[in-house]
Design a protein around this ligand. Structure first.
Ligand code: PLP
Length: 377
């Protein structure tokens, strides 16, 4: 089909101007300065221990490259990822940092680790054997002390004590373990894990230790070992379940208001008609929903924030839309095209997570690919 020339150029003008105005319905704002301040806080809390950064799962959904680059500038020299694939990606960004892979090494992955100079966390006798055979040298040894997830069991540690040759050729940078209950400082398992770890690591060649996660870091140096592994605290999630947060917010989930509705008569809102709205209230319909990772389960259970004013989420969250009752916002202050904060402003990430019956980790890592990520700082 050929269009008259005039028409065509009108089209093009129109789409160009739309492109420059086009702002995504959902924007995830990541404050890299706040991230850097959280890193400095955590490095200070870890005192003599060195503070490494855990950037697995795309840096908890915030964007691994941008996050890792900024932390490297802040002086962080050691990074942890979950898989060899993540490690290879991170190596492109950080040519000179130490990169450790929590899942260790599996058959078929040796070359990837060696080529990208990744250091595996060895979690079993099979992994130790696999890495030795591949000619890998540097490694972390992981001892399980209460998670029953990854890591050498007591039996395997004893086996290594009996046959130290299994470790010949390896250079053990750290021996590590991982807390099950550090978010609950008074839990007896924290102390028990530390003492189990001390007993078991004596059976292995002497090496520096890596113990504390974010919560461990804020419990003090004795919970950290020589190398602490900071994750959620960097990204603004409270590492504790019942204590005030020691870190500041890093992310803001902004949702564009696509329609304002002045309700004249009482009516119900959304799927399932789970909310009744009073006459003379005002609703703001925002273009972010559960397909973006804003959980469906928070409908009628949480507030959002508009210019710092708390506004309740009413009705069920749908796939692409969320409805806010903005009756308490002065009418002149709000318009279609404005953004409300579903996370951020007056409503922090932990409040949203609690309303969804989950933890900040799951909310952050679930924030979807449709969101535009914008970085401050
Ligand atoms: C994810 C992870 C961490 C980071 O934990 P946070 O609670 O996010 O600080 C540390 N160590 C291991 C083994 C992990 O899997």
């Amino acid at each position: 089909m050929t269009l008259p020339r005039g028409r065509l150029s009108t089209f093009r003008d129109c789409s160009d101007s739309m492109k420059t105005d086009l702002r995504s319905a959902g924007v995830l704002v990541v404050d890299l300065d706040a991230l850097a301040r959280n890193y400095r806080r955590m490095q200070a809390a870890a005192s003599a221990a060195e503070c490494a950064a855990v950037v697995k799962a795309n840096a908890y959904g915030l964007g691994m490259a941008r996050v890792a680059n900024r932390l490297r500038q802040e002086g962080c020299r050691r990074f942890f990822v979950a898989t060899a694939t993540e490690g290879r990606e991170l190596r492109q960004v950080l040519p000179d940092a130490a990169i450790y892979v929590f899942e260790g090494v599996a058959e078929g992955e040796q070359a990837t680790l060696l080529d990208a100079e990744l250091t595996p966390v060895l979690n079993s006798l099979q992994q130790i054997e696999c890495w030795s055979r591949a000619g890998g040298a540097r490694a972390i040894l992981h001892i399980d002390t209460g998670m029953s997830r990854l890591g050498l069991s007591e039996r395997e540690v004893v086996e290594l004590e009996r046959a130290p040759r299994r470790l010949a050729g390896l250079s053990i940078e750290y021996v590590m373990t991982h807390y099950a209950c550090a978010d609950t400082p008074e839990h007896r398992l924290n102390r028990e894990q530390l003492s189990r770890f001390d007993d078991l690591r004596k059976k292995l060649p002497a090496a520096r230790t890596s113990i504390g996660n974010s919560a461990g870091i804020f419990l003090g140096a004795s919970y950290c070992g020589d190398l602490a592994r900071a994750g959620i605290g960097l990204y603004g999630g409270n590492p504790f379940s019942e204590r005030p947060s020691p870190v500041e917010q890093v992310v803001q989930l902004q949702a564009k208001i696509v329609q304002l509705r002045d309700v004249e008569e009482e009516c119900t809102v959304g799927y399932g008609a789970t909310h009744d709205t009073h006459a003379s209230s005002r609703l703001a319909i925002c273009g972010v929903g559960y397909a973006d990772g804003y959980p469906r389960s928070v409908g009628n259970r949480v507030s959002a924030s508009f210019k710092g004013i708390r506004v309740p989420v009413v009705g069920r969250v749908s796939m692409d839309l969320t409805c806010l009752d903005v009756s308490n916002v002065p009418a002149a202050e709000i318009a279609v095209g404005d953004y409300a904060d579903l996370i951020g402003g007056a409503v922090g990430i932990d409040e949203v997570a609690a309303a969804a019956g989950t933890i900040s980790y799951e909310i952050l890592t679930g924030l979807g690919g449709r969101l535009e990520r914008r970085y401050l700082g």
